[in-house]
Write a protein that binds this ligand. Structure first.
Ligand code: SF4
Ligand code: SF4
Length: 668
């Protein structure tokens, strides 16, 4: 029980704390509201159950780093419970005789739970501080040559220390206060840890024990009053903002993708994101949701091979800019992003592998910022790597990213007796061949293998032949949205002209575009990847497979656009496993955690001059499994892994093959 004077002082301090908190919290929302594409807050709040579920279960923390995630979840659960505990402590301080179900089993469980949890949270936070300040754990830092601002360099460690100390002081003081109360009241079986600690107070008078309770209460509750206004400035704003991040309505089929720009809208003067204020509000919310855990860079192919890109640096640089210059931003400052969030080299180093989006426990999408910034570079600034001039020109004139004549698109099918839609549109399914499948000498063999499988299975398929154009993925990921949409619209027109309903393709990039991005532009088709299609043919006994006589050992490399973008992991593996005698071995990084080959996001068409080569890192991992065959299901992965095998001089021992080729070799 507080004295009357203490009660009055506490109320005054609560009012002061709330006034300052209102200012810091509203500053945060004013910053977010300055972005483009307003967050529909009403609809967002309707998704409250979703945000609450994520907050209570902390499920997103376990996607990667499950052990650390569990300790982090303990801290978050501890925080939640402590909101209740603090409320009861305040009531008990004001209402004479109040205690939470003092003589019932509920009260017993409550006190026991709080007793144990206090110690766990204290130790958990202590561990986090040791990890950051003593062990200097590599996962918690962003290494050069990544650009981090001076604000970040100074701020991150300081804020971690402030927050860690706050939690330890608060929880510790509350626990010590409970031990004084236990000593004063002569023991409590429901608080065994506080009871052990209370032995320290043997010999103190009842008055001294009461004084100890009061001092502990003021330290515990006073720390909260001091910390609440600081919340929006600390990384612990994520406690409130991360659930919002998941609640924002999202009609995209998969995360890590951008919405099509509307080129018909003549009022739009800025395409893409060149300044901070051009970012969508959701992107600004990302900065406040960030835990600064660096999970997103754990498997980022660019970061892990020593490039200038770290997805977490994008969010953290953004966040610390707001901490230092938030008021200028609210007042209308125009803030060019060039050199602030990331360097130009970093911007073009991204392979769009989507790992950062998959791994982020708070739903951030650094990849989306990168794609938006590339749009500004290409469409507003004409400032992009020189290699891309040729790529864009080829896409515009040849409808493929290389210099191949579009009239040669059907050459791969010579002698295979395959009809085009133009010759006979009455096929049951369209085989979308893709640029690599049409022109790349190595992948032409995959197109031929897949076509032969379909013929053996009696599938009545067609191709578009010379009427097919690049699906638009490369142009879109490189920021040339206008070119991307032109290609997409022309393809949709062609597909609709022939009344195409179902499409199968061997290219995950074509697959993802056709499946997830064409519908937004009016192209609704049923799309299958050839790995799904082949699996289906096996399941339906339309093809039968013979044993592998040479006991090959195979490892399968997950394409990012098949795996993380579309969750196709099982079907290619099932096809390999359907062949008796083949042994499938997994790489350390596979499935959701698969490491990119380095070719996505248009990287296929750019030089790689910084750090290690991504394809070599991945190929080494594949070779380390002891496999004699690296299986893939993507033309870009095929190229990158084949190059890797050659560079590592392993082409005598290891082959790179597509799933279709492996299956064709084993068809009876
Ligand atoms: S999409 Fe991949 S390459 Fe790009 S920033 Fe994210 S993890 Fe790195
Ligand atoms: S963006 Fe997500 S994964 Fe990356 S540091 Fe922030 S919270 Fe962690």
């Amino acid at each position: 029980m507080l004295t009357l004077a203490e009660k009055i002082i506490f109320i005054v301090l609560v009012i002061v704390s709330l006034i300052i908190s209102y200012k810091t919290f509203s500053r945060m929302f004013k910053i977010i509201n300055r972005g483009k594409d307003p967050i529909p807050w009403k609809e967002t709040l309707k998704n409250f159950p979703k945000g609450l579920k994520i907050f209570l279960t902390q499920q997103t923390l376990f996607t990667t780093r499950p052990v650390i995630g569990f300790i982090h979840a303990l801290v978050a659960w501890g925080f939640t419970i402590y909101v209740l505990v603090n409320s009861f402590d305040v009531i008990a301080a004001y209402v004479p005789g109040f205690a939470f179900f003092p003589n019932s089993v509920i009260g017993f469980i409550y006190r026991l739970f709080v007793d144990i949890f206090s110690v766990l949270v204290f130790l958990g936070v202590f561990y986090f501080l040791i990890r950051r300040f003593i062990f200097n754990e590599e996962k918690l830092i962003i290494k050069p040559p990544v650009h981090v601002t001076d604000d970040v360099k100074k701020g991150v460690r300081r804020d971690s220390l402030i927050v860690g100390l706050f939690i330890m002081i608060h929880v510790g003081a509350r626990f010590v206060g409970a031990s004084f109360a236990v000593a004063h009241n002569g023991g409590d079986a429901a608080q065994p840890l506080a009871a052990i600690f209370s032995s320290l107070w043997q010999g103190l008078s009842p008055e001294q024990l009461v004084l100890g309770e009061h001092i502990s209460w003021w330290i515990a509750l006073g720390a909260i009053l001091a910390f609440v206004p600081y919340f929006p400035l600390s990384k612990h704003a994520h406690l409130f903002m991360a659930p919002f991040n998941y609640m924002v309505p999202d009609d995209r089929p998969n995360k890590g993708t951008i919405k099509p720009l509307n080129f018909e809208d003549e009022s739009i003067e800025q395409f893409g994101v060149g300044n901070m204020e051009h970012l969508p509000q959701k992107s600004l919310l990302d900065a406040y949701s960030c835990i600064m855990c660096n999970r997103c860079q754990d498997n980022c192919p660019a970061y892990q091979t020593g490039k200038e890109l770290s997805p977490s640096a994008i969010e953290i640089n953004k966040r610390y800019y707001f901490n230092s210059h938030g008021q200028e931003f609210i007042d209308g400052a125009e803030v060019p992003l060039k050199g602030l969030l990331l360097t130009d080299n970093a911007l073009w180093a991204c392979t769009s592998c989507n790992f950062c989006v998959y791994a982020c426990p708070v739903g951030n999408e650094p990849l989306v910022d990168i794609l938006h910034m590339r749009q500004d570079k290409v469409m507003m600034e004409s400032d992009f790597p020189s290699e891309l001039i040729t790529t864009f020109k080829n896409l515009e004139t040849n409808f493929n990213p290389w210099a191949f004549n579009s009239q040669d698109r059907k050459n791969w099918a010579e002698g295979l007796d395959i009809k085009t839609m133009n010759e006979d549109p009455n096929g049951e399914i369209l085989f979308w061949v893709g640029c690599a499948g049409s022109f790349d000498q190595r992948y032409q063999k995959v197109s031929q293998a897949f076509a032969k499988i379909m013929q053996k299975a009696g599938i009545n398929f067609r191709i578009l032949g010379n009427e097919e154009k690049c699906n638009g993925d490369t142009a879109r990921r490189l920021g040339n949205e206008y070119l991307a949409q032109t290609l997409m619209m022309e393809n949709i027109e062609m597909l609709n002209k022939y009344g195409v309903k179902e499409i199968v393709t061997a290219c995950p990039h074509c697959f993802n575009s056709l499946k997830n991005e064409y519908p937004k532009l009016g192209g609704e088709f049923k799309i299958l990847h050839h790995s799904e299609f082949i699996d289906k043919l096996i399941q339906e006994n339309k093809i039968s497979l013979k044993n592998d006589e040479n006991s090959h050992k195979i490892t399968y490399h997950d394409s990012c656009y098949l795996g993380r973008y579309n969750s196709i992991y099982d079907q290619p593996r099932a096809s390999i496993k359907a062949i008796d005698g083949l042994e499938l071995v997994e790489m350390d990084r596979s499935l959701n955690n698969g490491f990119c080959c380095g070719a996505g996001g248009g990287r296929m068409f750019m030089e790689e001059t910084e750090g290690e080569r991504i394809n070599e890192v991945r190929t080494k991992e594949a070779i380390e499994t002891g496999a004699d065959t690296i299986a893939s299901a993507c033309p870009f992965c095929m190229t990158m892994l084949s190059d890797g095998v050659k560079t590592l001089e392993k082409n005598e021992e290891v082959e790179v093959k597509d799933i279709a080729e492996i299956i064709l070799e084993h068809i009876q």
